[in-house]
Write a protein that binds this ligand. Structure first.
Ligand code: ADP
Ligand code: MG
Length: 394
C-alpha cells in the first residue's frame, strides 16, 4: 500500500479535498511484563508499523469515517453532537471515543472531518492497534482543530478512551509508547509515577524480529485477574510489619530476605517474577546504554523463562516460538511480549541470519502447532505525528 493509493481511496470516498496525513505506531514491550500493576517498570518501544489517517476538515458537525481495514463497514457517519459509545459501532468507537474524551476534557472541536484510516499492524495481536487508532485520531484532532495538547495529556486521554469508553482495564504503557516513542529508542517507564527515560537501541548488525503466534484470541482476562490477585496476596503477606508498599519497590535481595512471609507457594512464584522482572528492566537500561546487546539478550531469555515457569502466562504457542528461536545461531535473546497466552514474541537476531531464523522458527512452529506464524522485522520508530514529506508505507 502506498500513500498515493490511500489518497485515491480517500478521494473516491469523500471527494476532491485537501488532505493531511497522520501516523501513530504500534508498540512492542522489550522487557518488563506483568510489572505495571505491581508498581514496577515496563520497557516498550514504538515500531515503524502502525496506523495512518488521511483527514480533511469539514464546516458542518459531521464526522465521516472509513477504514481500509474494515471495508465492510463502509463510510460511517456520526455527529459531533452524538458521540456516545454504541457496541454496534464496532471499530468506530475508537476514533469516536477519542473525540468524546477530548471534548469532555474541555478541548474545542468546532467542526467535523472526513477521515480514512489504514493500519499495517495486525488487530488483536498484542501490538496495540487500538491505542494506535486512539493516538492517530488524537494527533489528527490536534492539527485539524489547532489544539496545543501536552503529549502526556494526550496519552492519558487515550488510556481513558480504552478504560472508560471502550471498557478495557489496561494500563498506560501502550498509549505512552505510541505517543512518546522515538526512533531507535526504547522507553523505560515507571507506570505509576510516569517517570521515564529513553534508552538507545543501537542494534548494529542485529535486528529485532516479531513472531506472531496467529493464535485465535482467547479469553485470557480471567487468568490476568488471577495473576493480579495472587500478587496482591503476596504483597499483603509482605506488608505486615515491613511497610513494603509494592512488589515493584523490592529489589531481589530484599525479596529473598522477606519471601518466607508469603504463605502461599504459588504467590511466592508470582511475586518472584514481578520482583526479578522489574529488576531486569533496570538492568536492561544499563545494558543498552553500555551497548551490551549480549547482556540485554540474556535478560530477554531470563524474562521468558520467568514468565513461563514462575508466572505461567506463556502457553504452548509462545513457548514453541521462543524455544525455536533459542535454537538458532545468531539469536542473542527471545521472549514473549505482551500479556501472554497468545499474541507475539520478539527475538534479537543477527541481521545476516534472519532468513535462516524465519525458516527454522516457522517450520518448527508449524510442525508443533499446526499452522503458520507470521514473522517480520520490527524497527523502533517515532511516536504519533503528522507527516508532511514523502513517506513509504512498509
Ligand atoms: P490490539 O490493540 O492488541 O491490536 P484490541 O482488541 O485492543 O487489540 O484492538 C483491536 C481493535 O481496534 C480492532 O478490532 C478494531 O476495532 C480497532 N482497530 C485497530 N486498528 C484499526 C484499523 N486500522 N481500522 C479500523 N479499526 C481498527
Ligand atoms: Mg488494544
Amino acid at each position: 500500500m502506498q500513500v498515493s493509493d490511500l489518497k485515491k481511496a480517500f478521494t473516491q470516498k469523500f471527494g476532491e479535498k485537501d488532505i493531511q496525513l497522520f501516523f501513530a505506531p504500534g508498540r512492542i514491550n522489550l522487557i518488563g511484563e506483568h510489572t505495571d500493576y505491581n508498581g514496577g517498570n515496563v520497557f516498550p518501544c514504538a515500531i515503524t508499523k502502525g496506523t495512518y489517517a488521511l483527514a480533511s476538515g469539514r464546516s458542518d458537525r459531521k464526522v465521516r469515517l472509513y477504514s481500509e481495514n474494515m471495508p465492510e463497514s463502509g463510510v460511517v457517519e456520526v455527529s459531533l453532537d452524538c458521540l456516545d459509545y454504541r457496541e454496534e459501532d464496532g471499530w468506530v468507537n475508537y476514533p469516536k471515543g477519542m473525540i468524546y474524551k477530548l471534548i469532555e476534557a474541555g478541548w474545542d472541536i468546532p467542526a467535523g472531518m472526513d477521515v480514512l484510516y489504514y493500519g499495517n499492524i495486525p488487530n488483536g495481536a498484542g501490538l496495540s492497534s487500538s491505542a494506535s487508532m486512539e493516538l492517530v485520531t488524537g494527533v489528527m484532532l490536534e492539527y485539524l482543530c489547532d489544539l496545543r495538547i501536552d503529549r502526556v495529556d494526550l496519552v492519558k486521554t487515550g488510556q481513558k478512551v480504552e478504560n472508560e469508553y471502550i471498557g478495557v482495564n489496561s494500563g498506560i504503557m501502550d498509549q505512552f509508547a505510541i505517543g512518546m516513542g522515538r526512533s531507535d529508542h526504547g522507553i523505560l517507564l515507571d507506570c505509576h509515577r510516569l517517570q521515564y527515560e529513553y534508552a538507545p537501541l543501537h542494534l548494529h548488525h542485529y535486528t529485532l524480529m516479531i513472531m506472531n503466534t496467529n493464535k485465535e484470541r482467547t479469553l485470557a482476562g480471567s487468568k490476568y485477574n488471577d495473576r493480579r490477585s495472587e500478587c496482591e496476596a503476596a504483597l499483603e503477606d509482605l506488608k505486615a510489619g515491613t511497610g513494603i508498599e509494592a512488589l515493584g519497590a523490592l529489589g531481589p535481595e530484599e525479596f529473598e530476605k522477606w519471601k518466607a512471609r508469603i504463605r502461599n507457594e504459588t504467590a511466592v512464584r508470582r511475586a518472584r517474577h514481578a520482583v526479578y522482572e522489574n529488576d531486569r528492566t533496570k538492568k536492561s537500561l544499563q545494558r543498552l546504554k553500555d551497548g551490551d546487546l549480549q547482556g540485554f539478550g540474556a535478560l530477554m531469555n531470563a524474562s521468558h523463562v520467568s514468565l513461563r515457569d514462575d508466572y505461567e502466562v506463556t502457553g504452548e504457542e509462545l513457548d514453541t516460538l521462543v524455544e525455536a528461536a533459542w535454537e538458532q545461531e545468531g539469536v542473542l535473546g527471545a521472549r514473549m511480549t505482551g500479556a501472554g497466552f497468545g499474541g507475539c514474541a520478539i527475538a534479537l537476531v543477527e541481521t545476516e541470519k534472519t532468513e535462516a531464523f524465519r525458516r527454522h522458527v516457522a517450520a518448527q512452529y508449524e510442525a508443533v502447532i499446526g499452522y503458520a506464524p507470521s514473522i517480520y522485522e520490527a524497527k523502533a520508530g517515532d511516536g504519533a505525528k503528522p507527516i508532511t514529506g514523502e513517506v513509504v508505507i512498509e
